[in-house]
Ligand binder design. Structure first.
Ligand code: DP6
Length: 313
């Protein structure tokens, strides 16, 4: 039996769209921070047939099935019971696939003695879900050309930012990221500009992180988020992930920032808002978001660890 954990990560410069090559490579350069507090815990046991349980209930996840199929083209991996648990809403724009595939490949590597190093694990995780490549690592993580290997550009101690997640709806999203990205590539009139300008956003974010320049990072991250959502909204069918509370939270964050609080927002493929702030503002940001109409709860996170094996026997 082997247990591994991984944390979700939040992209500050977004991945949305895939390269038209095998291997699930992003079309846009992206940068994330790995979160603490939210965690996926995955336990593997040998079984007669493959079986997946998610938060205790049987699950049939096509992405996990095809990931196992892909791994078995290269490695001898017997049938497994995969028990995976999230301490946060699954499939609701909180990066459960990132922590999920990072924990899964980390557990499989230990359980079946594949002997892969972190970089190789990250490459495999990317094939399960590209954002998962980043959750192998702690700190500020880049996934960018030319080699599209996730790498740490600064560790958590360099700039320990805090994240407050404003949960506005715990339901799983109706359109998965993979399907949504394909709609966007095929139909959004803004897609080419989005892809073409991502290198610039990535470079600006990397520089802001190195210089610990909060305003520069805030402007770049919010712009990347809003460009991605513009592409989503102009896809056909439209990808409208926001609800009224999402918009209200964006207004709350803008108001705080205008009043001198170092905070910015980012939103992924779901209606939750993540407010990234300097740690001394965590309670102020949390309270303001909790008081915003439609917010059901807030979750405070710091910077989390990379994926790790907890126990293997
Ligand atoms: C909006 O990594 O879930 O969260 O590779 O198809 O599994 P697949 O997509 P996924 O997409 C994440 C998109 C995002 C932005 C980001 O995390 O960079």
């Amino acid at each position: 039996m082997t247990t591994a954990t991984a944390h979700p990560n939040i992209a500050l410069v977004k991945y949305w769209g895939k390269q038209l090559v095998r291997g699930n490579f992003p079309a846009t350069a992206n940068v994330s921070i790995t979160l603490s507090d939210l965690v996926t815990t995955t336990t593997l046991t040998d079984a007669a047939n493959d079986r997946v349980t998610l938060n205790g209930a049987p699950a049939d996840d096509p992405k996990i099935n095809s990931f196992l199929g892909l791994l078995r083209e290269s490695f001898d991996i017997g049938p497994l019971h995969i028990d995976t648990r999230n301490n946060f809403p699954t499939g609701a724009g909180l990066a459960s696939s990132a922590s999920g595939f990072a924990a899964l490949i980390t557990a499989i590597n230990a359980h079946t003695n594949l002997g892969l190093d972190t970089q190789a694990l990250s490459g495999w995780a990317r094939q399960g879900s590209a954002s998962a490549a980043r959750s192998l690592y702690a700190g500020f993580v880049s996934l960018a050309p030319p080699d599209w290997q996730a790498e740490v550009i600064a560790d958590a101690q360099h700039w320990p930012l805090a994240t407050v997640v404003a949960v506005t709806d715990e339901a799983a999203k109706s359109v998965s990221s993979s399907v949504g990205m394909e709609y966007s590539r095929r139909t959004s009139p803004y897609y080419d500009h989005w892809v073409g300008s991502s290198g610039q956003d990535h470079a600006a974010a990397v520089q802001a992180i190195h210089e610990r320049n909060f305003d520069a990072l805030a402007n770049t991250a919010e712009l990347s988020c809003l460009k991605m959502h513009s592409v989503m909204l102009t896809s056909q069918p439209t990808l409208a992930y926001w609800n009224p509370a999402t918009v209200a939270c964006m207004d709350t964050v803008r108001r705080l920032r205008k009043n001198g609080v170092a905070v910015f927002f980012t939103i992924d493929a779901g209606p939750q808002v993540k407010a990234i702030c300097l740690p001394q503002y965590t309670d102020t940001v949390s309270q303001a978001l909790a008081d915003t109409d439609g917010v059901t709860r807030t979750i405070q996170c710091g910077m989390g660890a990379g994926a790790q094996v907890l126990a293997s026997a």
